[in-house]
Ligand binder design. Structure first.
Ligand code: XIL
Length: 457
């Protein structure tokens, strides 16, 4: 647990709710109601927390961090929060990991009686609160900058990129790890044009079919990846210059063939991949050079025609932070939506490094910004390269947990995909240890951290 602030009369060990009520009772000689209780407070059915807290804000909310007793995974604890007798929120805790919570009153300035009660199965219905406080309602997140979901937590699926070997090989550890830990897959390379259309109009679907069949046999979803990209293209396409009309014909044949083949079986497609450079300008891909910016319309309409039920995404990296590249993706999606071109989601690839993580509030703002366009937002290729400090895997776990919390906090985020199953096969190299399982397929701390953040209450 992080260090508590060293100020305030409340610092110390776990105190019972009753004791807390006594020390914070109104009218005690010279007592000034605190803004926050800087101590761990245990809450049980017999011992609710009850404290008088003051606020100067026009509108404040109750915030705290909380964790449940160890048995909570089987028997969740329900916390109910009241301000001056009126219920302002309820949450189910199912984990002994700390969770940041906010309960929207809002409450006005002055002193307020904040009462937190715990209910649940006998013996398990205990929770510990940290930093119970009134905090201005306008302040995003809590004072650690954590993303805090509104409403109950959803069960958000975790997928992984997979290679043909998963379906065509016989590596039992690889298969067991995938089947028992992931909800679906993205073919890492097997649906890219360089593999699937090796010569014009000739299609090689063996590896892609194998992955789709394997996933379906085991009840796993498939994300299609990726239709229009500047990389991993066949030589016949990159070697010559194309007229606009010929390139549009190539595009229609390609997208029609692959999306049509999996019509009704692949619900989500990365149609547009990495369209913009860091300055927000269009990359000079063969598609762009021949067709120009309306390649986006053409590709999306072709995919929609081939499978009208499929959800169509634009996908890119380095769009977590505000800047010209994020603005370019945002402007394109807004324009497509305004003109009624089918676009359903933005994929944030999320290839991260432990030494250069996007701040949580910034990522949250980014997801909300894209979601404001009425589209889904997914983290589509998450991985976190580590360094070699002794605590690297724990810091990596914290980064994965952060990604999960942000997704939880934004209703439009309904899946996280990590870019590979184990460090053995990561495209970032095994030494960078970027994924959730190590080179021996042993679970790393990051797996539970991500799953926990994405679990339902
Ligand atoms: C990567 C694969 O993981 C590698 O195996 C391959 O050699 C190159 O492509 N952005 C994307 C993915 O959209 O398709 C890329 O996948 C990683 C970056």
């Amino acid at each position: 647990m992080r260090a508590l602030p060293s100020t305030g009369p409340w610092r110390g060990g776990v105190v019972a709710g009753a004791l807390l009520a006594a020390v914070a009772a109104p009218g005690a000689a010279g007592a000034v109601s605190p803004r926050a209780v800087h101590t761990l407070t245990r809450v049980t059915p017999a011992g609710p927390a009850s404290v008088l807290l003051s606020s100067t804000a026009d509108a404040a909310v109750v915030a705290t961090r909380a964790r449940a007793a160890r048995c909570a995974r089987r028997a969740p604890v329900v916390l109910t929060v009241r301000v001056d007798g009126a219920a302002v929120g309820q949450v189910r805790l199912h984990s002994s990991r700390w969770r940041a919570l906010r309960f929207h009153g809002p409450v006005g300035p002055g002193d307020h009686r904040v009462r937190v009660t715990a209910t649940g199965r006998r013996g398990c219905a205990a929770a510990t609160l940290d930093e119970l406080r009134l905090t201005p309602a306008t302040q995003p997140g809590d004072d650690e900058g954590h993303a805090t979901p509104r409403g109950p937590l959803r069960a958000i699926p975790v997928n992984a990129a997979a290679r043909a070997e998963l379906a065509l090989g016989s590596d039992q550890r690889l298969q067991d790890t995938f089947l028992s830990h992931f909800d679906g897959l993205t073919p890492e390379n097997e649906m890219k044009m360089g593999i699937v259309e090796p010569s014009p109009g000739t299609f090689a679907f063996r590896q892609a079919d194998a992955l789709v069949d394997y996933a379906q046999r085991h009840g796993k979803s498939v994300r299609g990846h990726t239709l229009i990209w500047q990389s991993q293209l066949p030589g016949w396409l990159t070697r010559r210059r194309w007229s606009r009309a010929d390139m549009l014909a190539v595009m229609h044949q390609w997208i029609g063939a692959i999306v049509g083949r999996y019509r009704g079986r692949i619900a989500d497609w990365d149609v547009l991949n990495e369209l913009f450079d860091a300055a927000g300008d269009w990359r000079p891909s063969p598609w762009y050079v021949a067709i120009g910016p309306d390649l986006a319309d053409a590709a999306l309409r072709a995919a929609h025609d081939a499978d009208p039920a499929a959800r169509l995404f634009i996908n890119d990296f380095d769009i977590e932070r505000p800047g010209p590249k994020q603005d370019a993706v945002f402007a394109l999606v807004r324009d497509l939506r305004l003109r009624g071109v089918p676009i359903d989601g933005v994929g944030i690839q999320a290839h991260w490094s432990i030494g250069d993580l996007v701040p949580e509030q910034m990522l949250l703002t980014t997801l909300r910004r894209f979601a404001s366009l009425g589209v889904r937002v997914e983290l589509t290729e998450l991985d976190v390269m580590t360094d070699h400090q002794p605590d690297a895997l724990l810091r990596q776990a914290a980064a994965y947990a952060m990604a999960g919390r942000v997704c939880q906090a934004v209703a439009a985020c309904d899946r996280v995909t990590v870019w590979g199953i184990s460090d053995r096969d990561s495209w970032r190299g095994a030494a960078n240890r970027a994924l959730l399982f190590d080179t021996d397929f042993l679970e790393k701390p990051a797996y539970a951290a991500l799953r926990d953040a994405l679990a339902a209450t």
